[in-house]
Each structure stands twice: as structure tokens, then as C-alpha cells.
Design a protein around this ligand. Structure first.
Ligand SMILES: CC(C)(COP(=O)(O)OP(=O)(O)OC[C@H]1O[C@@H](n2cnc3c(N)ncnc32)[C@H](O)[C@@H]1OP(=O)(O)O)[C@@H](O)C(=O)NCCC(=O)NCCS
Length: 221
């Protein structure tokens, strides 16, 4: 499969938002319809300071013509001929104290006894990796790593933070990718308000060329 990576713009979001949401729902195995609830939130994220996004794009197979392919078909101006599909999406923005995710992180750190000074340090000057998804038919070829590398290269923030569902023995591709790229624990087994599933917050120092932190060190300084 020939893949090209492209920077996305907010202005062009009508060309890519729905295909990207479809990749997200399929990769996360969420029920169909989740994308409708998420669309407004993703649009709001586009307007946040420091928002940046990249897509992995592939030629659309000529046959068979399936609903899955059509849902991911890209439009003008991202793909003028309509003959390419979205296979991966990554985006994030600069974290800030007025953001819900930041407040949840601070709450979680407080509950685990982290000192106020450490909480301030962790939750300041970071890039939030908000979404990273590769369609299951394209996973396992390094696309996730390429998207993440592009997204994090040249960021001005001191570190990057993300949250991901807890998985027994960390045994899935997301965990393997984050560990391989030097992400360490910031907060484990946290439940966001309104969601009973446990999540982990992971982080690493930027720029990427820096070695990752030692596993087990809780604070990405
Ligand atoms: C997590 C995710 C984005 C990773 O994307 P990906 O393209 O599959 O991941 P990678 O770039 O790391 O590639 C994964 C595999 O390809 C291998 N790989 C890396 N570069 C490669 C290359 N150039 N050629 C072939 N294989 C390669 C890796 O060793 C890894 O091996 P694995 O099969 O044992 O996992 C993707 O699996 C996904 O969308 N998962 C579901 C949604 C999700 O969990 N998102 C994150 C939520 S926080």
C-alpha cells in the first residue's frame, strides 16, 4: 500500500473531518454513531492554540466499492480526484489550565498525593496528543509511529502528554508504540468523570531526539 502523509488544516476540515472520525470509531471499535457526538468536539479542538494534525492517506481501492471505503473517501482540496481514502489521523494542541482534560489530570495527580509544585510542573507547557488512530486494515506498518513523529517534531512545548485506556499487561499496539517512543507513566488507573474505564496518562520530554525518561519516574520534567 502506498501511503502519503499530509498536514491537515482547520480550513480544509470539511474535506477530512468525517473520514477521520470514521477511522477513529473503527480503530477504537466504538459503536457506529459515536462520530456524530465527537464531531463538535473535534471542531472545537481545531480552534485551540497550537492545534496541529496529520493524516495518512492511501489510494482508494477501485474494487470492491464498500461503505467503509466510501466513508473514508477524501474530498477537495485534500484529494481533488476523490480517489484517496484516510487511513490514519493524529492531532493535538497546546494544553492549558482551562481545558477539561488538564483539570482531570490535575485532579488525578492530587488524589495520588503528588505535590502541588509537581502538579504545576507536569500540567504546564505541554502538547496534548489528543488522538492517534490508524485504520485496522493499515495497522502494523509503522504508520502510527510516522504520524506521531511528524506531529511531535518541532513542537515548542517542554513535553508531550496523552491518555490511553489501561490494557492488561499493556498488550496492544498503542502501548507498544508509546513505550517504544519513550513515554513513561505520569498517572495510572485514572477514571475520567463520566467514564468508568481506567485510563493511563503517559508523557515524555520534547524534543523527540532526547532520550525518553527512565520508566518508573513519575514526572516528565
Ligand atoms: C495505536 C496505533 C495508532 C498504532 O498504529 P500502527 O500504525 O499500527 O503502529 P506502528 O507504527 O507502531 O506499527 C505497529 C507495528 O508495526 C511495526 N512496525 C513499525 N515500523 C514498521 C515498518 N516500517 N514496517 C513494518 N512494520 C513496522 C511495529 O514494530 C509494530 O509491531 P506490532 O505489530 O508488534 O505492533 C494503531 O494501532 C491504532 O489505531 N490502534 C487502535 C486505536 C488506538 O488504540 N489508538 C490510540 C488510543 S490512545
Amino acid at each position: 500500500m502506498t501511503i502519503r502523509l499530509a498536514r491537515l488544516t482547520g480550513q480544509d476540515s470539511p474535506a477530512w473531518l468525517e473520514p477521520a472520525l470514521d477511522v477513529y470509531v473503527t480503530a477504537m471499535n466504538y459503536p457506529r454513531g459515536t462520530e456524530r457526538h465527537r464531531a463538535g468536539l473535534w471542531r472545537e479542538h481545531i480552534a485551540r492554540p497550537g492545534w496541529s494534525a496529520f493524516a495518512a492517506i492511501a489510494p482508494a481501492p477501485v474494487t470492491p466499492r464498500t461503505p467503509d471505503i466510501d466513508r473514508r473517501r477524501l474530498h477537495h482540496p485534500l484529494s481533488p480526484g476523490g480517489d484517496e481514502i484516510m487511513v490514519g489521523i493524529a492531532y493535538g494542541y497546546r494544553g492549558a489550565p482551562d481545558q477539561w482534560w488538564n483539570q482531570q489530570l490535575r485532579t488525578g495527580l492530587r488524589l495520588t498525593g503528588t505535590s502541588p509544585a509537581d502538579i504545576d510542573e507536569i500540567s504546564a507547557d505541554y502538547f496534548e496528543l489528543t488522538e492517534l488512530h490508524v485504520h485496522p486494515t493499515a495497522q502494523g506498518h509503522g504508520i502510527g509511529e510516522e504520524l506521531l513523529t511528524l506531529l511531535l517534531t518541532g513542537r515548542p512545548e517542554r513535553h508531550v502528554l496523552l491518555s490511553t485506556p489501561e490494557i492488561p499487561a499493556e498488550r496492544n499496539r498503542a502501548w507498544a508504540l508509546y513505550r517504544r517512543m519513550g513515554f513513561v507513566d505520569v498517572l495510572r488507573h485514572f477514571t475520567f468523570a463520566g467514564d468508568p474505564r481506567p485510563f493511563a496518562f503517559l508523557g515524555r520530554r520534547l524534543p523527540l531526539a532526547d532520550p525518553g525518561l527512565e520508566p518508573g519516574r513519575p514526572v516528565p520534567r
